[in-house]
Design a protein. Structure first.
Length: 131
C-alpha cells in the first residue's frame, strides 16, 4: 500500500520510529510495536496528509492535536503526545477513540466512525507489511 507515492517521508519515518521506541506500545500485546506504528501512520495520514500543519479548527502538527500550538515544528513531541492520547483513549474508551475531542467523548457516533476509519487503514497497512 502506498499512501503517497513519489513523496519522500524518510525524516518523518525516522522521527516516528524514535517516538514509537521512546514510548510504551499503544496496545498491550504489541511488543514489536507494528500495530502501534500502523495506527500512528494511519492517524497522521488521515489527519494531516503527513504535513506539519495547523488547521482552521486549531489542531496542530502531524497528529492534529487540538489547541497544542507548542507542538508545531516539534515532530517528536507531536507524535509522542499523539501516542499518549491514543493509549489513554484505549483505557478510557475501552477501545481506540482517535477523535477524543468529540462532544460526547467515547460515545460520539461521528468520533466512532472516524476512529474506525483510522483502525481500518492501520489494518490495511499491517496487511501490506512484507509485500
Amino acid at each position: 500500500i502506498h499512501l503517497q507515492p513519489r513523496v519522500n517521508h524518510d525524516k518523518l519515518a525516522r522521527v516516528t520510529a524514535a517516538a514509537l521506541i521512546a514510548e510504551p506500545p499503544i496496545f498491550a500485546d504489541d511488543d514489536t510495536r507494528l500495530r502501534s506504528a500502523a495506527l500512528v501512520v494511519a492517524v497522521m495520514f488521515r489527519e494531516s496528509s503527513f504535513r506539519d500543519v495547523t488547521s482552521a479548527t486549531n489542531d496542530h502538527c502531524y497528529m492534529q492535536i487540538h489547541e497544542r500550538a507548542d507542538l508545531d515544528g516539534h515532530p517528536l513531541e507531536c507524535i509522542r503526545t499523539g501516542i499518549h492520547m491514543l493509549r489513554d483513549s484505549l483505557t478510557r474508551c475501552s477501545g481506540i477513540q482517535t477523535f477524543v475531542g468529540a462532544p460526547r467523548g467515547c460515545h460520539d457516533e461521528r468520533a466512532t466512525k472516524i476512529s474506525n476509519d483510522r483502525l481500518a487503514l492501520a489494518g490495511r497497512l499491517l496487511g501490506s507489511v512484507g509485500q
